[in-house]
Design a protein around this ligand. Structure first.
Ligand code: GDP
Ligand code: IMO
Ligand code: MG
Length: 428
């Protein structure tokens, strides 16, 4: 089972970092293939808590080679900041590899991200402000800066000049901001060249060779299906392909090499930022989920919007990604609820939709049709096997599984590394 893709099945923060960490000791490479430091993964190992943004969660496991592949946008300042913080805590970060083809987030991307959001006013996306969208826009527009450009000062200068030519007009004339000097950006990027050089590699080649040699490679998605630029709730999405297809384009490993797709899904739903969210709760139950699940963003600290489990979204994710196994996380957060609702379909202006409507306006108007389940009050955080779960918790999992388009192979019952109930081996 050598190539495994792990992706978010909802709107992010499903616990991908924890799931990656769980598999870490059994894999050789962990590859980040999309997004950048907009991600926020909290991983709890014993008494230690790690918050990762740009680095793949596999960096926490000794022996794993973490890879930042071509599909990622890299803020180099953040990269070194994160590496230094981990080094200071005694971790070995020397194995990290970065694709020469990954794009770079510069100062002007961060600035443009923030000013465009401000100008959107009530239409804003609620981005993380990390420059992600503008960096991907430049990539698609063919005016991006790649990691390899940093090692050729002439090329770098030409490219930064070309990009800033346009952007300074925009910044000064439209957004009333100061112009950014070419030298400022070039000097900043060049200052990292020597430290960056040993990490930079042809990661597509290395990963294919690793698979040829029978190594196990885990592709860890950032963000999630409903934030995918093609398949999510556009325009309230991120700017990359966070679905399993992105693992191929974002790494240079062909689709026919992938053996398994693990979808991470919470036992309820959360979302950060703007956009439609049919099962969102504005009452005490939403507050309950936020407080019990500690639903505050790892990256921006924003309170996450909370709501019930949405089965059509899970089915949609199963279909788009080819999910073979779900990991259902945070089941423990539901403990103490007398009744739990699960969205089984939507009512859109009097018409029933069993699947996620393709038309965004319909999705905005979708009113959940719920099925109610009895809750449980027993503490489940120490449970290690499915049979030990309270009957109502088992019934909830089995009902959700039947609606979600793939089997639930593991269940999260707490934030810790060991707080997981495995029903089917995720790598076997
Ligand atoms: P990611 O972005 O998908 O990696 O997820 P985040 O790290 O942003 O958010 C998930 C949060 O839930 C983290 O704080 C995890 O420590 C925590 N977590 C993960 N799995 C579980 C679980 O099964 N139960 C509980 N209570 N917390 C969990
Ligand atoms: P992880 O990997 C949750 C959201 C932002 C915003 C939209 C666009 O931790 O699950 P961007 O800065 O990417 O242009 O913002 O996407 N967003 C996330 N929400 N989890 C994430 O990552 C996210 N990354 C981006 O809140 O709505
Ligand atoms: Mg997160």
């Amino acid at each position: 089972m050598p190539a495994i893709v792990l992706i978010g099945a909802q709107w992010g923060d499903e616990g991908k970092g924890k799931a990656t960490d769980l598999l870490g000791s059994r894999v050789d490479y962990v590859v980040k293939f999309n997004g950048g430091n907009n991600a926020g993964h909290t991983v709890v190992i014993g008494d230690e808590k790690y918050a990762l943004h740009l680095l793949p969660s596999g960096i926490l496991t000794p022996g794993v080679t973490p890879v930042i592949a071509n599909g990622v946008v890299v803020d180099i300042e953040v990269l070194f900041h994160e590496l230094e913080a981990l080094l200071a805590r005694g971790l070995d970060v020397s194995k990290l590899l970065i694709s020469a083809n990954a794009h770079v987030i510069t100062q002007y991307h961060r600035t443009i991200d923030k000013v465009t959001e401000r100008f959107l006013g009530s239409r804003q996306i609620g981005t993380t402000g990390r420059g992600i969208g503008p960096a991907y826009a430049d990539k698609i527009n063919r005016v991006g800066i790649r990691i390899q450009d940093i090692f050729d000062e002439n090329i770098l200068r030409q490219k930064v000049e070309g990009a800033l030519d346009q952007k300074n007009h925009l910044l000064v004339k439209i957004y009333n901001r100061r112009a950014i000097a070419v030298n400022e950006v070039v000097d900043d990027l060049l200052s990292y060249a020597d430290r960056l050089r040993p990490m930079v590699a042809d990661t597509g080649l290395i990963l294919n060779q690793a698979l040829d040699a029978g190594k196990t490679v885990l592709f860890e998605g950032g963000q999630a299906t409903m934030l995918d630029v093609d398949h999510g709730t556009y325009p309230f999405v991120t700017s990359s392909n966070a679905t399993s297809g992105g693992a191929a384009t974002g790494s240079g490993v062909a689709p026919n090499r992938f053996d398994r797709v693990i979808g991470i899904v919470k036992a309820y739903t959360t979302r950060v930022g703007a956009g439609p969210f049919p099962t969102e709760l504005f009452d005490q139950w939403g507050e309950f989920l936020r407080a019990n699940g500690f639903e505050f963003g790892t990256t921006t600290g924003r309170p996450r919007r909370c709501g019930w489990y949405d089965a059509p979204i899970a089915r949609y994710a199963a279909r788009i990604n080819g999910i073979t196994d779900f990991v259902l996380t945070k089941l423990d957060v539901l403990t103490g609820l007398e009744k739990i609702q699960v969205c089984v379909a939507y009512d859109v202006d009097g018409q029933r939709f069993d699947e996620v409507p393709v038309n965004q306006t319909d999705f905005h108007h979708a009113v959940p049709i719920y099925q109610e389940f009895p809750g449980w009050s027993e503490d489940i955080t120490g449970v290690t096997s499915f049979d030990e779960l309270p009957r109502n918790a088992r019934d909830y999992v089995l009902a959700v599984e039947a609606m979600s388009g793939s089997r639930i192979s593991a269940i999260g019952v707490g934030p810790g590394r060991d707080a997981i109930v495995v029903r089917h081996d995720l790598l076997g």
